[in-house]
Design a protein around this ligand. Sequence first.
Ligand code: GTP
Ligand code: MG
Length: 173
Amino acid sequence: MTQLKSKKATDWTAKMALLYQSFKQHGDDQNADKLRAWYKKLTIDKNVMLAFCGHFSAGKSSLLNKIMRSQLLPSSPIPTSGNLVRIKGGAPSMQLETRAGETVVLPEHYPMEKLHDLLKDSDYIRRIDLQVGGSFPQGVELFDTPGVDSTDERHHQSTNEALHLADARFFFM
Ligand SMILES: Nc1nc2c(ncn2[C@@H]2O[C@H](COP(=O)(O)OP(=O)(O)OP(=O)(O)O)[C@@H](O)[C@H]2O)c(=O)[nH]1
Ligand SMILES: [Mg+2]
């Protein structure tokens, strides 16, 4: 985050930096992280971000699978998706971030069943980034999120972590 030299700075990046510093000073790491992610979206990624959120078993992951023409995301009639998934186009790759803050790159040709286990895991995994090839449009990022009415509190947390980044949110019910 940009370091401020003067509090009189008026551009929006400087204002964001001030806010970030304020969150940090008050120990509000959660909002500081959200702000940092938003800053990255606006200045580096610049992707259009669309979030699929809503009730569990409403068909979010199934529709995303249709869009990707794959079965990458697990789907079943019980609460299934356990963490935030960010999907974008590019050379195929999979990367996850644990709740402890570690980043793990999954090997090429990672087995689908094992990937599904990771995508259901809300205990250790905070977020999974999938880069998919084929005709997936560049400059677009789709978010799959856990059901907001699931009884697992971490499911709500994962969804809330992403919604502020989305340019549009599709609510499934
Ligand atoms: N009949 C019918 N069933 C569907 C449709 N879309 C999804 N399903 C089924 O509904 C169930 C739930 O679908 P998911 O895609 O896992 O729903 P989700 O919203 O991702 O659920 P969570 O990950 O738990 O939040 C699965 O058994 C799907 O096969 C649909 O359009 N029609
Ligand atoms: Mg799902």
